[in-house]
Design a protein around this ligand. Structure first.
Ligand code: URA
Length: 434
């Protein structure tokens, strides 16, 4: 079989066979299919899509590209959640310890930054010492001991996703329904879980700007989960503005900790509780989301999620003193205030542009394998709908390698649209697709 012929075959609109997909993915994992040919393949999938049959085989082959977790000897429900990606989206950092504190086993395999969005692995690694590159046996030990673990794809588990994910990040091939769906479900199936709650983002700060496209992605995820014998439910949620106030790796972990301390932004708390509630429903620990929210809220307010988070940080080699001493997180060299040029109300935050700006400033990657700077970020002072006076702070930019002299003040101001009339933000949580 020739890779060039297979590239041409899809380019010309034909369907790959099961054997051809296996050949592509196995060759890529082995290293005999180079990144430049896989980049071409990804771009073709971006444009041509994958048929239902191809999508299923692509996902299963990725899932079985390494070993998988066997959790059959662990008692209790095994449920995970996964987001399709958004700017400032840090709910996993709260939902995983929260539901684990209530008895759900969560073996989360997560990813690094993708495109203009941050990734849970990069966020967790901003905690000094935190290790996400775990062997499967160590991951299972942690899960057995404390009930949750958050790790990355490795050479041992979903290696095909580890390599493809990193390549998609730097080749503008992220926004493709089959690539997103197969990326998420290959990881979730390898975890050996019973069910998954998908947080499907729509709006400017997500990979699905339109709600209709997000609904298609949600349906694709739920259908694919069903075919793979996983329970699945998709919650649509808005990314028309960043979630919470913090964007950037270290800042986001700090903010998630605030929520686990019973403080933090309202929107982040609300969405985290709602997703946790659905995890409890899938795990048969709540009859419906309303009951799930009550249980999750009680656990959060009793500090149980924070206790579980601390145990997880300790178990994964991180310095859990950051929880009480946030200055132990990597700190920026400079802080730059972005101020409102006029009086009015905040109408729009250009969320995708903020994600792109931070990626360019070092919070994400422009090249394969690049080191990131966990201290780079943006802390909003206002959310959509808030009133503003001229000169008031809109946000603070945290900078390290790029200094403020290289930034254009007007461009930074243009990330925010201000209107003279009061403006209401869109609802945060959209429909649920099952
Ligand atoms: N999360 C993933 O794991 N993969 C994607 O493609 C998007 C979000």
């Amino acid at each position: 079989m020739s890779i060039i012929d297979l590239i041409a075959k899809k380019r010309d609109g034909a369907e790959w066979s099961e054997k051809e997909i296996e050949f592509i993915l196995h060759s890529f994992v082995k290293g005999s299919l180079p990144d430049y040919q896989m980049a071409a393949l990804l771009m073709i999938i971006y444009y041509q899509g994958l048929s239902q049959k191809e999508l299923l085989v692509w996902t299963q082959t990725k899932m079985s590209s390494g070993s998988t977790l066997d959790l059959s000897d662990l008692p209790g429900p095994k449920i995970d959640k996964h987001s399709t990606g958004g700017v400032g989206d840090k709910t996993s950092l709260i939902v995983v310890p929260l539901v684990a504190s209530l008895g759900v086993k969560v073996p989360m395999i997560c990813g690094r930054g993708l495109g203009f969005t941050g990734g849970t692995v990069d966020k967790l690694e901003s905690i000094p010492g935190f290790k996400t590159d775990l062997s499967l046996s160590r991951a299972k030990e942690i899960l057995t001991e404390i009930g949750s673990v958050m790790m990355e794809q490795t050479d041992e588990i979903v290696p095909a996703d580890k390599k493809l994910y990193a390549l998609r990040d730097v080749t503008a091939t992220v926004e493709s329904i089959p690539l997103i769906a197969s990326s998420i479900l290959s990881k979730k199936c390898a975890e050996g879980i019973d069910g998954v709650v998908f947080d499907v983002k729509f709006g400017d700060g997500s990979f699905s700007p339109s709600k209709t496209k997000a609904a298609s992605l949600a349906k694709a995820l739920v259908n694919l989960a069903q075919k793979l014998k996983l329970q699945g439910v998709a919650v649509l949620s808005s990314m028309d503005q960043p979630l919470g106030f913090a964007i950037g790796n270290a800042l986001e972990v700090e903010e998630a900790i605030e929520v686990m301390k019973g403080k933090g932004p309202k929107d982040l708390r609300e969405l985290s509780l709602y997703l946790a509630a659905w995890v409890l429903v899938l795990g048969k620990m709540a009859k419906n989301p309303k009951e799930g929210i009550k249980k999750a809220e009680k656990a959060l307010d009793q500090g149980l999620a924070l206790v579980q988070f601390r145990r997880m940080v300790d178990a994964q080699g991180g310095n859990s003193r950051v929880i009480d001493h946030p200055w132990l997180f990597p700190q920026p060299l400079e802080r730059l205030n972005i101020r409102s040029p006029k009086n009015g109300f905040l109408k729009k935050i250009h969320t995708r542009r903020i994600g792109e700006l931070l990626r360019n400033l070092g919070a994400g990657r422009m090249r394969l394998g690049e080191l990131i700077d966990p201290s780079v970020g943006l802390l909003l002072s206002k959310k959509v709908g808030d009133s503003l006076s001229k000169g008031e702070s809109l946000a603070t930019l945290h900078l390290s390698s790029t200094s403020r002299e290289n930034l254009n003040e007007k461009e930074l101001e243009s990330l925010f649209e201000i209107t003279p009339r009061p403006h209401k933000p869109l609802p945060l949580i959209g429909p649920v697709i099952r």
